[in-house]
Design a protein around this ligand. Structure first.
Ligand code: F6R
Length: 241
């Protein structure tokens, strides 16, 4: 795992943007794995700016997101479908039929998980997966204790995760209790992974990850088994706990 230490959130976003643009430049039809949350927002802003100000095109890009809440309509203001549209897709020239998220409203959720796995497979796998980091070590919505062999599946969200995500809802009890997430095995099949972390809120998780021991109670340590992971971490997140 390569660790890139950067000064702050802006530099983290800029470094991630550069890596994504470089991947797009060197891959004919690139598949990006994308995350939501506060962490990648700056990166999306910079990617949008690269389109609007420098004419970078996303026509040859296809995307798969890590996760979506179960039970939310795609147009719900707090769905990840909405997040991706608002922060990224609506501002660039990507073909919307090339952007994919799990369908949290599917009638048969098990079937939906199989469909999503199949979709990723038929897209040729993920060239570059962007990840944020949960304070409890989750990646995607793979909570502590999840098998590292899990593929796309339905998860019960940890109380701490629901609490952390309550800021995107009117009330904490509106945060869905379940989500569909790519599994750790699915994530590890990406050819390359970029993990982003910024701010003191992530420093405990980063300290644990940098210990370098694989622990099922800390899902992000699964990344230690992957041959091509770049961690972009700002100074505050690197302060040892
Ligand atoms: C989001 C996701 C989550 C977040 C994590 C960190 O698609 O998969 O794992 O990356 O919860 O969230 P933020 O960035 O809001 O701290």
């Amino acid at each position: 795992m390569e660790v890139l230490e950067v000064a702050n959130y802006e530099e983290m976003s800029m470094t991630a943007t550069r890596i994504l643009l470089n991947k797009m430049n060197h891959t004919q039809k690139v598949t990006l794995g994308l995350a939501t949350g506060a962490t990648p927002r700056g990166m999306y802003q910079m990617l949008v700016a690269s389109h609007q100000e420098k004419g970078v095109s996303f026509r040859n890009v296809q995307t798969v997101n890590l996760d979506e809440y179960v039970g939310l309509e795609r147009h719900h203001p707090s769905s990840y479908h909405t997040y991706m549209a608002m922060h990224f897709f609506r501002w660039i020239d990507i073909d919307r039929s090339h952007t994919h998220l799990p369908n949290g409203k599917a009638e048969d959720l098990t079937l939906e998980c199989f469909r999503y796995e199949d979709l990723i497979h038929h897209m040729g796998g993920v060239d570059l997966q962007v990840l944020g980091l949960g304070r409890n070590g989750h990646i995607g919505f793979n909570e502590p204790g999840t098998s590292f062999h899990a593929r796309t599946h339905v998860v019960e969200l940890a109380r701490s995760t629901r609490r952390a995500n309550a800021r995107y809802f009117a009330r904490e009890d509106e945060v869905p209790s379940r989500a569909i997430t790519m599994g750790i095995a699915t994530i590890l099949e990406s050819r390359e992974i970029v993990l982003l972390a910024s701010g003191s809120g992530k420093s405990e998780a980063i300290t644990r990850l940098l210990e370098g021991k694989i622990q099922h109670q800390f899902p992000a340590t699964a990344l230690l088994e992957h041959p091509k992971v770049t961690m972009i971490v700002d100074r505050e997140a690197l302060i040892r706990q």
